[in-house]
Ligand binder design. Structure first.
Ligand code: GLU
Length: 383
């Protein structure tokens, strides 16, 4: 069963959690090099791998002589600056020993939110792959502040999966997969081998993070799996501390939890709108506008807009909300806030007389719009 699910996989994103390659002392070099060798075996079999590796803060905290886990943001950023060089150095050593090359790619959320920078990052990573170099991605922890953070590398790995058109996402965790209850508390807890869809019931099984390093827990992994699934990609969560785990996965062993890709996938651009682009405002839409968008698959016209909130520019992402403020869709807007305020509630043929010009009839064009019932699960806050 597993073998057939993986038979089409050529390009895979492997996310390595801090808990897998670090311990109380800092970087767990032996563990990191064991995983690297395992990845090199996949490369030797002709797979393309993009690594998303955490561990910078965990590896660097020793360099600050801190007894405790860094608490303040400057401490975490300083630790990441120290640790990032250490982890890349270790990866480089083991990859070189197997005649493979690596490159470091550090991203912030802003890099993927801006379409031009997103496409640039994509070009770089694609070029590296073309030259047989394995990109090792991490969040650029030393420069990010809260509002431009991905927040956790599980989220980053799902966005990278979409960025590079990967066929699969593998999340190496410090647990064996998703259990129906917390295995640390319940000895009867059962591992769930396959998840068809990340429903609220599945999300409830994720609970809270059990690991004390890294920023995610099972719940961020489930979100990542949901997002990857919407790019038409399956996600596997397995225990990165088990020996040769990746080779075993590709040998078809039935291990970990596999999340099936969604039946109706979002195109890469719509996935980007739903997950990578940060919304900058909100439009309140009347019932006619909601019907047109939700039931009839139409674009949003100015007539349906009855309220506006936020400081968006033309080309920004906005939330489309019902009159209670509940988001039902998200899209890229063709007009700025000032323009939208003038044309809202009006007919299309009034746009030009009001503004003196018209970009188009649609305020949010259907091609740039994703419905919340596409189950995109986007929960990002606005700027
Ligand atoms: N970027 C952080 C690091 O390298 C990890 C974030 C996470 O654990 O999700 O330490």
């Amino acid at each position: 069963m597993r073998k057939s699910l993986l038979s089409h996989v050529k390009r895979v994103v492997v996310k390595i959690g801090s808990g897998v390659i670090s311990d109380r002392e800092g970087l767990a070099s032996a563990q990191l090099s064991a995983i690297s060798s395992d990845i090199c075996h996949l490369l030797d079999r002709g797979l393309e791998v993009i690594l998303v590796s955490s561990g910078a803060v965990a590896a660097g905290k020793g360099g600050l002589d801190l007894a405790e886990w860094p608490q303040t943001i400057p401490q975490k950023q300083a630790a990441a600056a120290i640790g990032q060089t250490l982890i890349i150095h270790e990866y480089q050593k083991t990859f070189h020993a197997s005649n493979h090359k690596v490159a470091q790619v550090l991203l912030t959320r802003d890099d993927l939110s801006n379409r031009r920078r997103y496409l640039n990052a994509r070009n770089t990573v694609m070029t590296l792959l073309e030259y047989g170099v394995t990109p090792i991605v991490n969040e650029n922890d030393t420069v990010v502040v809260e509002e431009i953070r991905f927040g956790d590398n599980d989220n980053l790995s799902a966005q990278v999966t979409n960025l590079v058109d990967a066929d699969m996402l593998i999340i190496l965790s410090d647990v064996d997969g998703l259990y129906d209850s917390n295995p640390a508390e319940n000895p009867q807890a059962q591992l769930i081998p396959i998840v068809e869809r990340v429903t609220p019931a599945i999300e409830a099984m994720g609970g809270k993070s059990s690991s004390n390093v890294g920023t995610g827990g099972m719940s961020t992994k489930l979100k990542a799996a949901k997002r990857a699934s919407l790019s038409g990609v399956g996600t596997l969560i397995v225990n990165g501390r088990s020996e040769n785990i990746l080779s075993r996965v590709f040998a078809g062993e039935d291990i970990g939890t596999y999340f099936l890709p969604a039946q109706s996938r979002l195109t890469a651009r719509k996935h980007w709108i739903a997950f990578s682009k940060k919304p900058r405002g909100k439009l309140l839409i009347d019932s006619g506008g909601q019907n047109a968008v939700i039931k009839h698959g139409k674009s949003l016209l100015p007539a349906g807009i009855c309220g506006v909130d936020g400081g968006f520019e033309r080309g920004d992402a906005v939330r489309l909300c019902d009159l209670d403020g509940e988001e039902f869709a998200r899209g890229v807007i063709s007009y700025s806030l000032t323009e939208t305020l003038q044309i809202m509630g009006k007919q299309c043929d009034e746009i030009e007389p009001i503004l003196g010009y018209k970009y188009r009839d649609e305020v949010v064009c259907r091609d740039n719009l994703v419905l919340s019932t596409d189950d995109n699960g986007s929960e990002e806050e606005e700027d």
